[in-house]
Design a protein around this ligand. Structure first.
Ligand SMILES: [Zn+2]
Length: 301
């Protein structure tokens, strides 16, 4: 068994490999001869964010609607994250077709290189001026919304069920999703707001955020199977970060239900006249700063 080494960036001049614990035990036992061939590359590559602004709407209350456009190298990434990317693209197309003129500017963002460590979203937030940051009302993030063995997860923006809360206003965003699903009589559950996807750089500078998720490598519980259908004991997405993350790896039911919720949230914040974040933007790098570490979408600690 081998592991993907992530060293944070190019420039490491010695090959680095990882081995499973069992292999380590064999090696530690001594008397073992090892032949190791490393076929790896380390180089600079270029990636892009694709960003589209609505022509109309207040540009001091921008709604940033994001989904990452890249996949891991192992597979095509249709669920992760063709699902989120396609959902927000369709909403942008429908807003244009129906000539919707939002009160607040809507900025659709398809982030590059999320899987390499949130690089696109991090770059975007890094180049914002303090004024730009102030002018972003919120970030909505959609990363995996068609998992084949899905659960309807809503980011726990207020930290009511999980250890980490988002900046002021994240609770209001969570409420928009909770109210929507309650009205549709569709059960949901909270998922940790831990900075694991592209909203991470936004909440670090105090911009409230929220979003949806249908599960990745986590295992469906019997309770969840009773609520949502699917198979208890299996991963929510059995092809998470694998070559089999193809079109066959999508629940069209989940994608349909979640996409409707995405559209509802985008239009709610595009049209709202009240402040998402109440009176204060929150501090940034404060109480919601995660002490966990991420490698792309993998929580490593
Ligand atoms: Zn993803």
């Amino acid at each position: 068994d081998n592991f993907l080494g992530t060293l944070g960036g190019p420039g490491i001049t010695v090959p680095v490999v990882g081995a499973a614990f069992e292999v380590g035990i064999e090696l530690a036992a001594g008397g073992v001869e090892v032949n190791l061939v490393v076929d790896a590359s380390s180089e600079f590559r270029t990636t892009s964010n694709v960003i589209a602004n609505s022509p109309a709407g207040r540009d001091d209350r921008v709604v940033v609607v994001g989904a990452h456009l890249d996949s891991v190298a192992e597979g095509p990434g249709i669920q992760d994250n063709g699902s989120g990317s396609a959902a927000i693209l369709e909403i942008a197309i429908q807003m244009a077709n129906q000539q919707i003129s939002p009160r607040n500017q809507v900025r659709f963002a398809w982030w590059g290189a999320e899987e390499a460590g949130l690089l696109g979203a991090q770059h975007y937030v890094d180049q914002l001026s303090p004024r730009d940051i102030k002018d972003i009302a919120l970030n909505l993030n959609f990363d995996m919304i068609g998992s084949p063995n899905f659960v309807r997860f809503v980011y726990d923006g207020d930290g009511s069920d999980t250890p980490l809360a988002g900046p002021n206003g994240s609770k209001n965003i969570e409420s928009v999703f909770l109210d929507y699903f309650a009205a549709m009589s569709l059960p949901v559950e909270p998922t940790a707001f831990d900075g694991r996807s592209d909203y991470g750089p936004f909440i670090e500078v105090g911009i409230p955020a929220g979003g949806l998720f249908t599960g990745a490598e986590g295992i469906k519980t019997p309770d969840e199977a009773a609520l949502y259908g699917g198979t208890a004991g299996d991963q929510y997405d059995p092809c998470y970060h694998l070559a089999c993350d193809t079109f066959d790896n999508i629940s069209l039911q989940a994608l349909d239900e979640m996409s409707d919720a995405v559209a509802h949230s985008v239009m709610t914040f595009a049209m709202t006249t009240s402040a998402v974040n109440g009176t204060d933007k929150g501090k940034g790098l404060g109480k919601f700063k995660s002490d966990m570490e991420y490698r792309g979408s993998h929580l490593v600690k």
